[in-house]
Ligand binder design. Structure first.
Ligand code: NAP
Length: 246
């Protein structure tokens, strides 16, 4: 159980982040439901948690913005005094072949997916080190492990998250702070729903288990990594992908 723990989940108004927020709250954590544009969805997540007897609050912040992230973390620490569990989930795609990829699309994806996680960890680092405990979970992707044609920006951001995870895990290991990455495969959310049926069929063929995953498949692993049963695990990349990365 996570009773007494404070969890911050970025991009928690929708998709995988939403399910992570619900799962952590169901297991006793007070959850900060961060969102960027989806205010109503984030408030609906909070309402669902509080209706079930849990504690949650929705707070807006664009994680890609260094200064706004600093203000956001200050606000969280002033109110909650600590963050025990940080889940860097916020992410975007702007897919294209490298020949057609614009600089804006490259920067946007790197700034959100990779720098966003850096901002959260950096602004929370003093607090984490002071409390000598904590769980940081970065949501990477199989695209960062295997690479994916048409996703050079996304893939680079997710591979970068793996490097960030391993380096911070080494920096924080002696302070009782675990840092791990979760690499989902093909999960049914808004991010994947606009794919053509042909693309979905082709992707399904790459999944040894022959089916796409649900947000709860990812959230259940995050719950394990957020709890004390994972205390001796750090710097790892764990795929939730129906066997794609075998
Ligand atoms: P999604 O349904 O498209 O949701 C993306 C979330 O990220 C939204 O809550 C969005 O918040 C948030 N976000 C985007 N930009 C943000 C910003 N600048 N600041 C704060 N929040 C921001 O995607 P998903 O499928 O749940 O993906 C969640 C994570 O899993 C991502 O990191 C994604 O790369 C990763 N992942 C997904 C899959 C998959 O198959 N679905 C596979 C591998 C990895 P707003 O709506 O408020 O903007």
């Amino acid at each position: 159980m996570l009773t007494g723990k404070v969890a911050l989940v970025t991009g928690a108004g929708r998709g995988i982040g939403r399910q992570i927020a619900l799962t952590l709250a169901k297991n006793g954590a007070a959850v900060i439901v961060n969102y960027n544009g989806s205010k109503e969805s984030a408030e609906a997540v909070v309402a669902e948690i509080t209706a079930a007897g849990g504690t949650a609050e929705a707070i807006q912040c664009n994680v890609a913005d260094f200064a706004a992230s600093e203000v956001f973390i200050k606000q969280v620490l002033e109110k909650y005094q600590k963050v025990d569990i940080l889940v860097n989930n916020a992410g975007v795609t702007r897919d294209n072949l490298i020949m057609r990829m614009t600089e804006e699309d490259y920067d946007m994806v790197l700034d959100t997916n990779l720098k966003g996680a850096f901002h959260m960890i950096k602004h929370l680092s003093r607090s984490f080190i002071k409390q000598r405990s904590g769980k940081i979970i970065n949501i990477s992707s199989v695209s960062g492990v295997l690479g994916n044609a048409g996703q050079s920006n996304y893939s680079a951001s997710k591979a970068g998250l793996i490097g960030l995870t391993k380096s911070i895990a080494r920096e924080f290991a002696s302070r009782g702070i675990n840092v791990n990455a979760v690499a989902p495969g093909f999960i049914d959310t808004d991010m994947t729903k606009n794919m053509t049926e042909d693309a979905k069929r082709a992707l399904n063929g790459m999944i040894p288990m022959g089916k796409i995953g649900n947000a709860s498949d990812v959230a259940d692993l995050v719950l394990f990594l957020a709890g004390e049963h994972s205390n001796y695990i750090t710097g790892q990349v764990i795929c939730v992908d129906g066997g794609m990365c075998i």
